[in-house]
Design a protein around this ligand. Sequence first.
Ligand SMILES: [Fe+2]
Ligand SMILES: [Fe+2]
Length: 299
Amino acid sequence: MLERFFSRGEIRRITKSIITLPTLPTVVARMLEMLDNPRTSAAQLGRLISGDQVLTAKVLKLANSAFYAFPQPISTVSLAVVVLGFDVMKDLVIGVSVIESFSKEADEYFDVVRFWEHSIGCGVAARMLARRHGYRVSGEAFTAGLLHDLGKLVMREHLRAEFLEVLEKVQQGGTFLEAEQELLGVTHAEIGAWLAERWNFPAVLQEAILCHHEPGGAKREPMLSAVVHFADVVCKHMGVGFSGDTVKPVLDDGVYEVLSPKLTEEGEVDMEFYVSELRGEMERAEGFVNTILKGSTPK
Ligand SMILES: [Fe+2]
Ligand SMILES: [Fe+2]
């Protein structure tokens, strides 16, 4: 059965050859370059983003959503850069561009809308956990949470036979990750990280995607990987969206040391507490979720 599939090296090559779509890598690559230059102004960055209409419309809609709770209307991208800050804008553009790069069309095998619900839920949860546990860049945590399962979309669109085989195996029990390891010897975490590297995403984001199931492996920014892993676990316990299996995962031991999560009297992670916190956050993020998933033009 195995010989029907691509080898690990071939999967890596296929992933790295995905150049894709209008907003990626041009606008994002250019933007990441500009943000590395301390002399870049909000107006320059605004002009770059404004060159892409779909991106502009989404960025403005998101900037005006309750998620960022800014009291005045934000009518231009330059103003959005000023009020939200360079870092939040960077994370927003990366997130929106990636979502635009993949099909949002559901099929009989995989409900991609529910997949994005899971991903956005993880983004919201990661931002919440970052704030609660003192990770300094909560916007970065949001994007890392949003994109942690990116590799699954690569598989769905570019490694179709492998993806369907993994889903079929999951039907018989076990997790998506276990099925990948058994059938392919490569996981969506690695595939997602390869693509993030190919697209020149920030190194900490590449690492968080790679380590989201094994946060203990993160060396550069262990806290970010721990936050994303924790967010994924909380979302699965709450049942936010669907990401390939319905197994409720346990929290990796590494998270305890890095984040010191709130525990129950029995010394377990207080999952009920985190689920109820996330429920409140998700309500506030509802407009944001709808904007990401639906309409590309502002109303
Ligand atoms: Fe995952
Ligand atoms: Fe996930």
